[in-house]
Write a protein that binds this ligand. Structure first.
Ligand code: V47
Length: 373
């Protein structure tokens, strides 16, 4: 029997799928954004292996066979927090002790880092006694000590608090922080945008519209940012799609997001400890659907201290192209919530090995995804 022509083969393949999956596959291949209903269909009906294949189409479009990583570390200045979020194991409401680092403590941690470390990520609790001048001065001192270090600092929740407390609007507050040395904004605090779920899990925190507005203003000023989503608790698949949809719309406006980071809910030592954690199957579906749905985001990041390095490696086959960084055992947000990585450190050799074993080319990057040579 003669073999069918290539286009016939694709047609035969598409016809073997359900009409919905066939239409979605055509849309992904022809670079058409999926509708919310199509996104929901993927969560409810699509098989994991197939999602991996579809996610690969979008991943390759942006990144080819590269998988990125950076030499970085985190500073978590305090766990004393004005907010009280049910999922949080980090803030003083749940943690056995209250702590706050002084500026000198922070500078000492910066000074400890090897010269090859390129990025500092600063995020933590929202301290009632600190203000925008304190955080601006901190940026200036870090920049004076290490001018080449990229400072990705203060989630939209921290920014919201310090900027409103100063009586400024978001643009003026961000301009001031940029003049002190802020280079980009991390993706924390997005949680779930749906207002009813947000009220249940973190009602005191910055609202969804303000979170999005802060990122919009940052992008308008040329400050790039990331976005996250906390998934696997009381939200539904429809809430996840709503979250991705709001991010995709903002990205269409500004093109200022670099990476999207799905964050799996961990339940130890917090008020939501009775909620079972989702399966690794569901984690991989989450990564793949994020990659497929956010077709205007260049990068999907697996934050391995939260996911575990083994599953972060697997996620490279489900749409992920960025492994974040070496971290240097500098974050407690996930270890306190029961993640398997209790002292997260990754050597460059270990990072490259994980990526190569997944069949990708490891590329060390700077914070703007430029290869480091
Ligand atoms: O906003 C808190 C999450 C986030 C838990 O921008 C939890 O490159 C799971 O945003 N279970 C902060 N998650 C961390 C963050 C981040 C991390 C890495 C890279 C970047 C980036 C940003 O951590 C919070 C919240 O969503 N979180 N508690 C928990 N129990």
């Amino acid at each position: 029997m003669p073999l069918p022509e290539r286009n016939d083969t694709i047609d035969i393949f598409l016809k073997s799928l359900s009409p919905e999956l066939s239409a979605i596959t055509r849309n992904v291949i022809s670079e058409q954004a999926l509708s919310p209903a199509e996104g929901l269909f993927l969560f409810e009906k699509a098989e994991l292996g197939f999602l991996g294949v579809l996610a690969d189409v979008v991943r390759k479009r942006y990144n080819g066979d590269k998988a990125w990583f950076i030499r970085n570390f985190h500073i978590e200045p305090t766990n004393i927090c004005v907010n009280h979020c049910s999922f949080c194991s980090f803030s003083h409401h749940f943690s056995p002790s209250k702590w706050e680092l002084s500026v000198d403590d922070i500078l000492a941690k910066v000074d400890e880092q090897e010269e090859t470390v390129r990025e500092i990520h600063i995020t933590g609790a929202v301290h009632p006694k600190r203000d925008i001048v304190y955080y601006g001065e901190l940026l200036k001192k870090i920049k004076a000590m290490r001018p080449g270090l990229h400072v990705k600092a203060y989630s939209a929740v921290e920014l919201d608090y310090m900027i409103k407390k100063a009586g400024m609007d978001f643009t003026s507050g961000l301009k001031y922080l940029r003049s002190c040395g802020l280079d980009s904004v991390p993706g924390g605090g997005a949680e779930i945008f749906d207002e009813a779920i947000r009220t249940r899990i973190c009602g005191m925190k910055t609202g969804s519209e303000d979170w999005l507005e802060i990122h919009r203003k940052a992008h308008e000023l040329g400050l790039p940012s990331n976005a996250t989503m906390l998934y696997g608790h009381v939200e539904t698949f429809a809430h996840r799609i709503d979250h991705l949809e709001r991010l995709r719309q903002l990205q269409n406006e500004t093109r200022g997001f670099n990476a999207f980071i799905p964050l799996k809910f961990h339940r130890s030592n917090n008020e939501m400890k009775d909620i079972p954690e989702v399966s690794v199957n569901e984690d991989m579906k989450m990564y793949a659907i994020s990659r497929i749905y956010l077709d205007n985001f260049p990068h999907i990041k697996a934050y391995w201290p939260a996911l575990g390095r083994k599953m972060a490696q697997v996620s490279l086959s489900f749409g992920v192209d960025d492994m974040d960084g070496t971290i240097n055992d500098s974050t407690r947000i996930y270890s306190l919530a029961g993640a398997e990585e209790q002292s997260p450190v990754m050597t460059v050799t270990g990072m490259k090995q994980i990526i190569e074993e997944a069949g990708r080319i490891p590329v060390e990057r700077d914070s703007l995804y430029r290869p480091v040579i």
